[in-house]
Design a protein around this ligand. Structure first.
Ligand SMILES: Cc1cc2nc3c(=O)[nH]c(=O)nc-3n(C[C@H](O)[C@H](O)[C@H](O)COP(=O)(O)OP(=O)(O)OC[C@H]3O[C@@H](n4cnc5c(N)ncnc54)[C@H](O)[C@@H]3O)c2cc1C
Length: 246
């Protein structure tokens, strides 16, 4: 078994992103560490004891590196062990973790990109956007599209933040699509892959494959999106970076 260094993170702030779907934004500070370095998009493995065993679950870092803190975007899963443990944590309490881990990170060199997420899959994407738009030399004026899909308007997490980035940076394009939109919803409807197809087809023909996609969420959405990009639009596998939550 690989020995991993365990760190202790203290919950310093929490807020509901959606109370009806029980999704929280959590801010942790790591004890005995001045700076936590990782690549935006990576995850950490949280560990906790349960019935004499150690339970480990992966959670994407929902922020870019900043001092010794990190954010998580957490959805309570009914009957789930770790998501309930985290969701019920009180400020000041601690949890152990190891990491950072994972290869869901931005490519270098960066190309025009489509960031695609559903639900809490927005977590690593928020990290990408925070990192990219903190410095012009990072996004380099590339066209960055964010396509976020969810069922209902209450589950549009971090909307104010992404609206602000879209307002400040003309090369950042933020599109929300709802699969169960109410009648008065004025935005896009349907699944993310349909919006992604539209965005790509709106580019000149010679510009439709010189991009990358970063996809995060549940497996069904990732499979459907990869299939569409490869089979309909002729993209290569390596152009599609993805992180599956289930
Ligand atoms: C790389 C990676 C990054 C992840 N990042 C995040 C994140 O940023 N935010 C986040 O909220 N979750 C994230 N997850 C999911 C997370 O690791 C757990 O799977 C989830 O919190 C459920 O754990 P649990 O212990 O509460 O449920 P468990 O006790 O493991 O499972 C209880 C039941 O819920 C089902 N279930 C398991 N996972 C999910 C899920 N994600 N959605 C719906 N049903 C599920 C199981 O099939 C089981 O029936 C990530 C997963 C991976 C692999």
């Amino acid at each position: 078994m690989i020995e991993r260094t365990l760190h202790t993170a203290r919950l310093v702030q929490q807020e509901w992103l959606s109370q009806s779907s029980e999704t929280k934004h959590l801010v942790f500070a790591i004890e005995d560490m001045e700076r936590f370095d990782f690549a935006a998009g990576q995850f950490i493995s949280l560990v906790a004891p349960r019935d004499g065993k150690t339970i480990t679950r992966a959670y994407s870092l929902a922020s870019a590196p900043r001092n010794n803190e990190f954010d998580l975007c957490l959805n309570r899963v009914e009957e789930g062990f770790f998501s309930n443990f985290l969701c019920d944590m009180k400020e000041g309490e601690t949890v152990k973790f190891h990491g950072p881990h994972g290869t869901f990170v931005l490519r270098n060199p960066l190309r025009d990109s489509i960031l695609i997420a559903t639900g809490t899959g927005i977590a690593p994407i928020r990290g990408f956007v925070q990192w990219l738009f903190a410095d012009d030399s990072r996004h380099q004026g590339r066209q960055i599209h964010l396509v976020y899909g969810t069922r209902y308007p209450v589950d549009i997490y971090y909307k104010d933040y992404f609206d602000l980035v879209a307002h400040d940076f003309p090369n950042f394009h933020y599109l929300i699509t709802l699969s169960r939109a109410p009648d008065d919803w004025k935005g896009e409807r349907g699944y993310v892959q349909d919006q992604v197809r539209k965005i790509i087809m709106a580019r000149p023909e010679s510009e439709r494959t010189n991009m990358d996609a970063y996809v995060c969420g549940l497996n069904d959405m990732i499979s459907a999106t990869r299939k569409m990009l490869k089979e309909e639009l002729g993209w290569e596998r390596k152009q599609i970076v993805y992180e599956r939550y289930d």
